[in-house]
Write a new protein. Structure first.
Length: 961
RNA sequence: GCAGGGGUAGCAAAGCCUGGUCAAAUGCGCAGGGCUUAGGACCCUGUGGCCUAGCGCCUUCAUGGGUUCGAAUCCCAUCCCCUGCACCA
């Protein structure tokens, strides 16, 4: 089958009919007008072309959209582009800077030549280029998208919508201002995310404690992960080769200030989160001469040199707890001071004595503080003491390391004996510009307050009414709602919408994508208004009216136009959103924010034409999250170079094949795998089906139905019966397996078994074509057309995409037929097994002896009574069994041993006979023309009597000669 | 650390909720055979071990223990792996 020609052909047919541009309030003939279905997928971010991984969410959504359409729903599936934030700017900048790596990725992976790449230095040009590319790919994938509603998040009318949304949040008291720490590039004066760093490292912030020791002219802040060990401090460490400074630190709360000793590096990086002014430089030797006072008991502790102290980490000064920190103990040993300075035990841990650090170092044979094993010892001991260590002294006595740590930290910070500071846990991290990243305390930061308890409660309520697929993710949502606090919603730069309460700030990308599903419903109308009258035609009044049903009021109110009512109708028709789709990584942020924002904006009930609509009418109904796509079993990554661009894949394999493989090679929540073998497997199966279809259309199928054809249809309709529920719950993998793989296996079995005349596949193809149409819409149209007019089984429809989804013909489902076929298959296997054992290739004859009917009765009794005596009691009452008591007892004894294996139903003896009689010809052909005989136990010749006695229900005795 | 998910035959992956028909679907791979000028595609058979008559036996579903007439499935413990923990799309 030539996929490329069928794609373009059928896509043209759909476009011609404007098949995916639904009208609000109207619907296809076979549906009620109110029977709408509105679904959206997370819109793409056009800073590079899309690859095959991106297609999974969209294809899943499209399959659902197409299925719902066939179920008679009026379906809306819109699409837009998300261009908010910094990545697009960063990309344009990298191109402008001639970033070699980037040019190469574009060239090698995506086939974008450097001449083209270099024209993309303007962010808008970049967005336009990639969004066109992505949109083209989506067309080629056959997605049933209503493109009239397309927009970009930097469009003026959308900006107005977002500002309107933020004013709603503000009115509800959910926008707050404050400060917070962020990873920061001091050169760019910008927060840095993972994609802003060299090697795409995610900067990881971590809170640590800097304990303040009074010394010299001020304080020595020592950084520690383990403040609970503070009572065990015996000395402080200074790196003798580092440069130190004395700096004035202004306290956050009051006017008070304190001088601190720090390394120069620490001074520079910490001045982004503390208010620091340098007083003078201090040589390490000066510090080494000082005595520090322990903050808890004011006893002096010496300051000693140690090489393990990193000048760039924290403050460049650390406290020494030789009893519990292997590095400290080792450094003391290196200085030969262990005699003079005695470790002080703070935590008691089973298996250790008074100096766990020393004991562990000796056990592991750590040589000195520069030995790599010191790190291992530290990790081991920390883990152990955190859980099993018990604090020895009041007021923390008895607490384990973890509990004590948090408590002491809190106590110390509160009493100004320590500072809580943030560091980058995975330092050093470098910005793309080359500067080392630091932590910055950003002032005047705006937040959306997801920590608001009333809001959380409402969001939980909304979640409770939603369907979550896969259902297991519900607890992830609940957990996320629980821990979400204030979320920074602005940045100093980026594309998108200006923050309405501080126009120098831009709304960041996760905050302007929470309500746009509502915007889609009216996007085409708003765009028309903008085109005719400019964006001034759009205002808060307009959005208030459309989304909240509020009539414009006050001095500066806008005049309503006919479009307002049209937009309002459109919104009311499509909302609520019936299904929201994304990959599962967005559950923890986007999808949860999305629910939150709906409950905040749609907080009040509305009334429309006298009809009350509670606020929950507008809340989302369902989310569907899918896993990612791997490539030949491996994660796709730029560095591995194994990214398969979508359009390249389409060229190689064809749309429907990709649609099928990407969505059906794994359960919804698992990562699916795209691999060549699977894709080719699908292609060859489609070709096989095509050849069957051709034969069917060319030949004259027999008029009466054979046993095996009835078997085939029984199986097929049983599968078809499940298909609807599987589409609705996204069990695409089992569905795909049933519809393609299992069905083809059945088809082949049917063909092999039908040793007589031809096959009857007309009914099969009509139903099958429609059943797979959501997955493979182009193949479906092609098959549908090739079947021509005069369809005999499915309801008529000019094109497959708009046909009603077929329902199974339950009357054709017959479990006894399927049991009969299983019986034949089991016999085939048994005969083969025996032939193999006796090393015989071609039997002369095969004799099958079906059990005498009474055995079936015994089997049933055994399954029911599960006890020989009870079986025998029953048997005595049965005239047929009463005369056979010894045989019954023997059989019952045999059966009871394997009680578990006889729970299933088996054929009646007569049915076994019928099946065997009917299959004689087939069995003969399977075994090289052997003579086939079918007998009944009791009527078999005397010389076979012993064999015949072995016959059981479902297991005839087999005699091979 | 906290939260969630997972470990099944050469590989991938179903089964586990609702214990027995599970030596365990299916796909790939591999082996043999058919078809074919050849290759591919397609079809058939096999793919833990034993067995010259199957419907049987033995050992298997991370490891160890338990519940049960019966465990891949239920319970407990242990080991290992993956993902997320934000202000970023």
């Amino acid at each position: 089958m030539d996929f490329h020609s069928i794609h373009t052909k059928w896509q043209a047919h759909w476009n011609e009919r404007k098949a995916f541009e639904p009208k609000a309030g109207t619907a296809p003939a076979h549906a009620a007008a109110s029977d709408k279905f509105y679904l959206t997928a997370a819109f793409p971010y056009p800073n590079s072309p899309q690859h095959i991984g991106h297609s999974r969410t969209y294809t899943t959504t499209d399959i659902y959209a197409r299925y719902m359409r066939m179920k008679g729903k009026n379906v809306l599936f819109p699409m837009a582009f998300h261009v908010t934030g910094t990545p697009i700017l960063a990309m344009a900048k990298r191109i402008e800077a001639g970033d070699k790596e980037l040019f190469e990725i574009f060239d090698k992976i995506y086939g974008i030549k450097p001449e083209i790449t270099k024209t993309l230095t303007d962010p808008r040009a970049l967005v336009l280029f990639f969004s066109k590319e992505i949109e083209a790919g989506m067309h080629e994938m056959g997605y049933s998208i209503d493109w009239r509603r397309k927009f970009y998040t930097f469009d003026a009318v959308f900006n107005k919508f977002i500002q309107w949304q933020f004013r709603k949040l503000h009115e509800a008291g959910l926008i707050v201002k404050g400060s917070h720490p962020v990873p920061w590039c001091p050169a760019d004066k910008q927060p840095v995310g993972g994609h802003d760093t060299r090697g795409d490292v995610d900067p990881q912030m971590e809170e640590v404690t800097a304990v303040l020791f009074e010394a010299g002219e001020g304080f020595i802040p020592t950084i520690t992960y383990r403040p609970e060990t503070l009572p065990g401090v015996t000395n402080l460490w200074v790196n003798p080769d580092a440069k130190y400074v004395l700096a004035e630190m202004k306290e956050k709360d009051g006017q008070k200030s304190r001088p601190l000793y720090l390394t120069l590096e620490a001074f520079e990086s910490l001045s982004h989160q503390l208010s620091l002014t340098k007083i003078r430089e201090v040589p390490a030797s000066e510090l080494l001469g000082l005595k520090a006072l322990h903050p808890l008991n004011h006893q002096p502790v010496p300051i000693l040199p140690a090489s393990f102290v990193e000048p760039g980490t924290g403050t460049g000064l650390v406290m020494s707890v030789p009893a519990h920190a292997p590095y400290d103990w080792l450094a003391l040993r290196d200085l030969n001071k262990l005699g003079e300075i005695k470790p002080i035990q703070v935590l008691d841990t089973p298996g250790f004595g008074a100096c766990p650090a020393g004991e562990l170092c000796e056990k592991l044979g750590v040589k000195n503080q520069d030995d790599a094993k010191a790190e291992e010892a530290t990790k081991q001991l920390y883990k152990l003491e955190a859980h099993e260590g018990k604090m020895k002294n009041a007021p923390y006595a008895g607490m384990n390391g973890i509990a004590a740590k948090d408590k002491i930290k809190e106590d110390l910070v509160r009493s100004h004996l320590a500072l809580a500071i943030h560091i980058l846990a995975n330092a050093p991290v470098f910005c793309r510009c080359g500067a080392g990243c630091v932590v910055k305390q950003v002032e005047n930061q705006w937040f959306i307050n997801y920590g608001d308890e009333t809001w959380k409660a409402k969001t939980r309520e909304a979640l409770g009414q939603m369907r979550i697929l896969p259902e297991g993710l519900r607890q992830d949502y609940e957990y996320t709602i629980g821990w979400l606090q204030k979320k920074a919603c602005t940045r100093a730069s980026g594309l998108g919408t200006k923050f309405p309460f501080d126009e120098k700030q831009m709304i960041e990308a996760l905050s302007d994508s929470t309500l746009y599903m509502a915007f889609y419903t009216i996007a085409h109308i708003v765009k028309k208004m903008e085109k005719e009258r400019g964006d001034a035609a759009i205002s808060d009044d307009f959005y208030d009216f459309v989304f909240l049903g509020k009539e414009p009021a006050g001095e500066k109110r806008m005049k309503k136009t006919a479009e307002w009512d049209e937009a309002r109708r459109e919104f009311l028709y499509w909302y609520p959103l019936d299904s929201r789709h994304s990959a599962h990584d967005l559950v923890h942020n986007h999808l949860t924010f999305f629910v939150f924002n709906h409950t905040a904006v749609f907080a009040q009930p509305q009334t429309e034409a006298g009809e009350p609509r509670p606020s929950s009418t507008f809340w989302p109904r369902q989310t569907v999250s899918n896993g990612f796509v791997t490539m030949e079993g491996k994660k796709m990554s730029k560095s591995m170079g194994n990214i398969l661009p979508l359009r390249k894949a389409i060229g190689e394999y064809g749309t429907d094949v990709i649609r099928f493989v990407v969505t059906s090679s794994a359960e919804l929540e698992a990562d699916s795998d795209f691999n060549q073998a699977a894709a080719e497997g699908v292609i060859s199966r489609l070709n096989l089906l095509e050849s069957y279809l051709e034969r069917e259309m060319a030949g004259k199928p027999p008029s009466s139905r054979s046993r095996i054809s009835r078997w085939f249809y029984s199986r097929f309709h049983a599968r078809l019966r499940e298909a609807g529920a599987q589409y609705e719950t996204f069990q695409l993998r089992p569905l795909a397996k049933a519809l393609l793989y299992d069905t083809i296996n059945d088809l082949q079995w049917y063909a092999r078994r039908e040793s007589g005349g031809g096959l009857q596949l007309r009914e099969f193809f009509e139903f099958w074509t429609l059943a797979v149409a959501p997955f493979m819409p182009h193949v479906a149209e092609e098959f549908w057309q090739r079947m021509g007019e005069g369809r005999k089984y499915a309801k008529p429809s000019p094109l497959a995409f708009s046909a009603p989804f077929p329902s199974a013909d339950s009357a054709q489902i017959d479990p006894r037929l399927e049991m009969g076929e299983q019986y034949v298959q089991a016999i085939l296997e048994d005969v083969r097994h025996i032939l193999q054992l006796i090393k015989k290739d071609k039997p002369q004859s095969l004799t099958f002896i079906v059990h005498a009917g009474w055995k079936k009765k015994v089997r049933r009794l055994v399954a029911e009574k599960k006890n020989i005596r009870a079986v025998m009691d029953e048997a005595k009452k049965d005239p047929e069994l009463a005369v056979l008591q010894p045989q019954v007892a023997q059989l019952a004894g045999k059966l009871i041993k394997n009680i578990g294996s006889i729970t299933g139903e088996t054929l009646e003896a007569q049915e076994e006979l019928d099946v065997l009689q009917d299959s004689k010809e087939f069995l003969a052909s399977e075994f090289g023309g052997a003579n086939i005989e079918v007998l009944v136990e009791g009527k078999a010749p005397a010389e076979l009597a012993a064999k015949a006695a072995n016959a059981l229900p479902g297991k005839p005795s087999i005699v091979i000669a």
